[in-house]
Design a protein around this ligand. Structure first.
Ligand code: NAD
Length: 339
């Protein structure tokens, strides 16, 4: 099997590349940048929005994994639309031009989340009417593009994997940002009662879901044209997870509770003030009601469909994943703790 991983130099993409090589796949990587070297990989550099950039990397390829996206932290609406929506349309068109038969997209479970509790949410739930941010809105758009492109008559098969809260070695966001926040003394408080369950998914399990989907796609398969939640299947209170990472790296866990609605309405007020002042001054605040909701609501998802239809089962437990992650980030350990 020959495959191309778009975004193969990113956090998830690189783990996917490593596991595909281990399984004997021939692997091309297509990305805007090159972040690692590997003699077994053929690297292509370019922009996925451009057909002439993508096409050479799809030559003779059976399956394309599309796991590229601008980072959610980017505030560039135009970029999200161009890359996630129009770029994904280009990925589909280029697959067809190159004769690629299978396309697996990395979507996100957040496409159905609106900032209110979701408990064991299934793929049957509709896309969020009010998505939490523009990044998520364009993730839903790109998922639609990919799933609607599934067409057995053309011998073209697609599926979307919806992970949630990916963590693991080399993660550029979750652990480094949590540690930075702790160092700045801003990790003393937890939003709400601390009981809200959330999915955090170890990166190798997310990779496993992608590879299973690629293996299952094909004529007559029930996997075609569908989205699949891929989680660790062990929802954990949001603040317990954060605390386990922090304690693992010798930082104090958050101790004090702030009532959820108090902090939510303060964030709304901050947003309103930003809006009123926007003709005069641009205020980019990360303290938004949606960020508060992400930390204070339940949002965990059922992966029953992936279990039944793809034979998915997490390979690494949550505890093992946390341990491997903490070990990887030992260079971020709290030097002041004395241990
Ligand atoms: P990442 O930022 O580490 O990797 C994304 C890669 O895409 C980068 O290497 C980047 O250079 C590349 N890229 C971006 N725009 C490109 C373009 N125009 N052309 C070519 N390459 C481009 O992100 P990640 O955390 O590995 O996320 C991978 C995928 O998983 C994304 O689609 C993301 O939306 C999805 N996802 C991530 C999480 C998470 O918790 N990290 C959760 C749910 C879904």
């Amino acid at each position: 099997m020959k495959c191309t991983v778009i975004g193969g130099c990113g956090f998830l993409g690189r783990h996917l590349v490593e596991d595909l090589l281990e399984k004997g796949y021939e692997v091309n990587v297509f990305d805007m940048k090159t972040t690692f070297e590997n003699d077994k990989v053929k690297f292509f550099t370019g922009n996925l929005c451009l057909k002439q950039d993508l096409l050479p990397s799809f030559e003779g390829v059976d399956v394309v994994f599309h796991c590229a996206s601008p980072p959610p932290s980017s505030n560039n609406k135009d970029l999200f639309y161009r890359v996630n929506y129009e770029g994904t349309k280009n990925v589909v068109a280029t697959c067809k031009a190159a004769g690629v038969r299978k396309l697996v997209l990395t979507s996100s479970a957040s496409v159905i989340y609106e900032g209110v509790d979701i408990k064991n949410g299934t793929e049957d739930l509709p896309y969020a009417y009010r998505p939490i941010d523009y990044y998520t809105e364009t993730k839903a758009l790109q998922e639609t593009v990919v799933l609607e492109a599934n067409n057995p008559a053309d011998d073209f098969y697609t599926a979307a994997i919806r992970p949630h809260g990916i963590f693991g070695p080399r993660d550029p966001q979750l652990v480094p940002i949590t540690v930075e926040t702790a160092k700045a003394g801003k990790m003393k408080f937890m939003i709400g009662d601390g009981n809200n369950l959330v999915d955090f998914t170890y990166v190798k399990n997310v990779v496993h879901g992608h590879i299973l989907a690629a293996q299952k796609l094909g004529k007559g398969s029930s996997v075609c044209g569908k989205a699949y939640h891929i989680t660790n299947d062990e929802p954990i209170p949001f603040w317990t997870f954060m605390s386990r990472i922090l304690v693992g790296l010798d930082y104090d866990p958050p101790k004090y509770h702030i009532p959820y609605y108090l902090i939510y309405y303060i964030a709304m007020l901050v947003q309103l003030i930003g809006y009123i002042l926007s003709p005069f001054v641009s205020i980019q605040s990360t303290f938004t009601p949606m960020r508060v909701a992400l930390a204070g609501t339940y949002h965990y998802y059922s992966c029953e469909r992936a279990k039944k239809e793809m034979g998915y089962k997490p390979l690494i437990s949550l505890s093992e994943g946390i341990q491997l992650t903490v070990e990887h980030f030992s260079h971020l350990r709290n030097k002041k703790s004395g241990s």
